[in-house]
Design a protein around this ligand. Structure first.
Ligand SMILES: Cc1ncc(COP(=O)(O)O)c(C=O)c1O
Length: 452
């Protein structure tokens, strides 16, 4: 089989999505509101969702593993989320106060109790804003100028972290001394010049780079699990914590993906390592826009307007909808659901069941596929090699994964081509069975008519 024939079938089965996309391109740049939402020949247009199911404008239903990039941990329209939204209208009566309100404090106290590294928090509206604010705090706290990040790690769509997210390896220097490669047109050179790129899970190289450049580096920002599914080695984490402390570098965990998905208390609970600052987003908003920065009092207090009346002595942070009651109430409902004994563990258990089923099917069909992940996130890799860092992903047979994704969509499973899989409380035995049936049919097709 050929990718082009899979795309032709995709297109002919979705005339309404195709027509809608043509129209959308006229008034929305590229027809999408986020570059990652596009895939060829056009993205599916969805019109409705319920539980774990997405419905498109052509009448197809899909088990949803995109879950709005992992945000919807309880699935679509979970009764406790809908009740929380209704309660906001009944009790608070508004979608935004633009001022402090009691629900904010409930949420702050809940988070401080859940994350041992949090003394204080601030709310933002997105993960992007959370990592941006965390970095500003770190730059202010240290007086240093550079940000160190890991090759292949994503921290949102702002300039300082749009470096070496998905670089072409040929342009990115040696594996043990990676160079910053801008991810976007329009990011000023300043950010590339003030970035230090680290190789994930390579302790010797990280130790050398950090020690050499310590005087300049304000912060190391990292996804504790690259793309949410490639785990940092535990000793690597401990070494990184110890060395950054010793060098006066602020360690920031970007747990926008991993928070509430690896463990309820995030990857920091899983590894038992306390960062100085943490960025949260996605799940913690219960399906509504949110971001959170949490961390040590001494750093968080730099943003306190009580510190000084001089602008030069306070870190600026603001946002019209920060802490809006809808995001806070749905976030609180999600946290409380996940904290009830058994609820989180059940999602992890079902993730494992699904992964085991996929791995067994891959063996049965003799296809070079394996699942990789922790907790409630995983990806389907098209290599049997071990994968520990960004450059290992080069071993993937991306065309094979793409073919699998088109076949899965025809068989009613959606994660968006080449994307990871996230699970939710709405993915029960029925959805898992339907998904494994879809993998079975898709792998059988790939076996019968291999990719040309
Ligand atoms: C690890 C990580 N950090 C930050 C972000 C940015 O979050 P948002 O899309 O809410 O701005 C994302 C989004 O995917 C993410 O995965």
């Amino acid at each position: 089989m050929k990718i082009s024939s899979l795309q032709t079938a995709f297109q002919s089965n979705r005339p309404h999505s195709a027509a809608f996309f043509e129209k959308a391109k006229q008034t929305m740049s590229g027809g999408v509101n986020g570059n990652l939402r596009y895939f060829a020949p056009f993205p599916i247009i969805f019109e409705k969702a319920k539980g774990a199911t997405l419905h498109d404008v052509d009448g197809h239903a899909y088990v949803d593993y995109l879950l709005s990039y992992g945000a919807l941990m309880l699935g679509h329209n979970h009764p406790e989320i809908m009740a929380a939204v209704q309660r906001v209208w009944d009790e608070q009566g508004t979608s935004s106060f633009g001022a402090t309100h009691p629900l904010e404090l409930d949420m702050a106290e809940e988070l401080v109790a859940l994350f041992p590294s949090f003394d204080q928090i601030r709310f933002t509206n997105s993960g992007l804003e959370a990592t941006l604010f965390a970095l500003r705090l770190a730059l202010a706290a240290t007086g240093r100028t550079h940000v160190a990040k890991f090759e292949g790690h994503y921290h949102g769509a702002h300039d300082h972290v749009l470096q070496s997210v998905n670089p072409e390896v040929g342009a990115a220097g040696a594996a043990t001394a990676p160079l910053p490669v801008p991810e976007s047109l329009g990011t000023p050179d300043y950010y590339r010049e003030h970035s230090v790129i680290l190789p994930f899970n390579d302790w010797d190289a990280c130790e050398r780079i950090l020690t050499e450049k310590a005087a300049q580096i304000a912060a190391v920002i990292m996804e504790p699990m690259l793309s949410g599914y490639i785990a940092a080695e535990p000793q690597f984490m401990k070494n990184l914590r110890d060395l950054t402390k010793q060098l006066g570098i602020i360690l920031i965990f970007d747990e926008v993906k991993t928070g509430f998905r690896i463990e309820v208390g995030g990857a920091q609970t899983y590894y038992d390592v306390e960062p100085d600052l943490t960025a949260l987003g996605k799940v913690v908003g219960g399906g509504f826009p949110i971001g959170i920065v949490g961390g040590k009092r001494s750093i968080m207090e730099l943003a306190s307007p009580l510190r000084s009346h001089k602008k030069s002595e306070v870190v600026f942070h603001s946002g019209t909808f920060n802490g809006n009651p809808l995001s806070i109430a749905t976030g609180l409902a999600t946290i409380r659901y996940l904290k009830q004994p058994g609820n989180f563990d059940q999602i992890v258990q079902r993730t494992l069941e699904l992964r085991t089923g996929i791995d067994e099917l891959a063996k049965e069909y003799g296809l070079p596929l394996q699942t990789l992940g922790t907790g409630t996130i995983f990806n389907v890799l098209t290599t049997q090699e071990d994968v520990h860092h960004y450059r290992d992903l080069g071993a993937n047979h991306n065309q094979l994964r793409l073919a699998l994704d088109y076949l899965l969509m025809e068989n009613g499973v959606y994660s968006k081509p080449l994307n990871r899989f996230s699970m939710s409380a709405a993915h029960g035995p029925e959805e898992i069975k339907a998904t494994l049936d879809a993998f079975d049919k898709s792998m059988a097709a790939l076996k019968k008519d291999p990719l040309a």
